[in-house]
Write a protein that binds this ligand. Structure first.
Ligand code: C5P
Length: 308
């Protein structure tokens, strides 16, 4: 028997970053938005321990050892239930860009939690799965929840948000990833350089933008586009200056909104229809400012077991 879970990627339509906390994290006002571009994780019987395989265009960049967050998720779930060393194989069908700022590794971890829970017949309560997810990483709980949600704290304290309609996005994938901790460190450095200080006593805790929350209920991509913000964008652009050309190419080709996705380097573009998204993806690929560009839409639900 095997269990397959489909899990979405995310884009942050607001990423408000507070100062550096004593524990090394930053307080966030993080509005997560789940998109249909997603991975699939299949859990099946293994020989010994947790083994991994991966397929997809970026498969070569995915670690297949114990450092993979999906493997850690399987072990954490087993340990929580007092199961002896689990024997499970996880196969990842990877469509989410690796180290791209779309929470692909976190998505696979959320999918592994759900797939192993079903495979082992554990019936773990949703609240417990959320806590285990938060232990694995700041973005993992949202991959379970999906839709649109405000993430407070380091991103793990989630509140679902009302949203109207479906929005059409294009994601432009760069060559090579960016390290999330490196981008947060660069954000701190830029704030120090600007004389703002970088700690949580210098920088106020961010709040969700009322204009963004209102725009999400209009179903109007232009209204949402006007309220998109990402406090990590200057840091991502500082570490990868070529992203400015990607953002400019998307805007010139008719995107109604453009921003770096999370810690980057993937760039996200909002369009006003599925047709416009397909045309924009083709224009971005032709521009030579990205490796590939994927049209998609959202919001979509969180991680879910596929029938069959
Ligand atoms: O929680 P996660 O393991 O995904 O975080 C990766 C890194 O990103 C952290 O070690 C930290 O450097 C940075 N981070 C942060 N503030 C957050 C979330 C992540 O500084 N709220």
């Amino acid at each position: 028997m095997t269990v397959t879970v489909r899990v979405p990627a995310k884009v942050n339509v607001q990423l408000g970053v507070g100062g550096l906390r004593a524990d090394g994290f930053h307080d966030l006002a993080n509005v997560f938005f789940a998109v249909a571009l997603g991975d699939e994780v299949t859990a099946g019987p293994g020989t010994a321990g947790v083994t991994l395989s991966c397929e997809g265009p970026d498969a070569g960049q995915v670690p297949l050892d114990d450092s993979n967050l999906a493997a850690r998720a399987a072990r954490l779930l087993a340990a929580h239930h007092g199961l002896a060393e689990p024997a499970v194989h996880l196969h990842i069908r990877k469509a989410i860009p690796v180290a791209g700022g779309m929470a692909g590794g976190s998505a696979d971890a959320a999918a592994a939690l759900l797939a192993c829970d079903a495979l082992w017949g554990l019936d773990t309560p949703a609240a417990t799965l959320h806590d285990l997810a938060a232990e694995l990483g700041s973005d993992v709980p949202f991959a379970l929840l999906g839709g649109v949600a405000l993430g407070r704290g380091r991103g793990e304290l989630l509140e679902p948000l009302p949203v109207t309609g479906s929005y059409h996005w294009v994601f432009a994938v760069a060559d090579g990833g960016l390290s999330t901790p490196a981008v947060f460190r660069e954000c701190d450095r830029l704030r120090e350089e600007a004389g703002l200080g970088a700690t949580d006593t210098d920088i106020p805790t961010p709040d969700a933008s009322p204009a963004l929350l209102a725009a999400l209920t209009t179903g109007d991509p232009k209204a949402l586009a006007e309220t998109l913000t990402n406090d990590l964008q200057p840091a991502a652009l500082s570490l990868r200056p070529a992203l400015a050309a990607t953002l400019a190419a998307g805007t010139a080709a008719g995107a109604v909104g453009a921003l770096v996705s999370g810690s980057g380097p993937t760039c996200a573009f909002l369009t006003d229809s599925a047709e416009a998204a397909a045309a924009l993806a083709a224009a971005l690929e032709a521009s030579g400012t990205c490796r590939t560009a994927h049209p998609t839409y959202g919001p979509v639900p969180g991680a879910a077991v596929l029938p069959g």
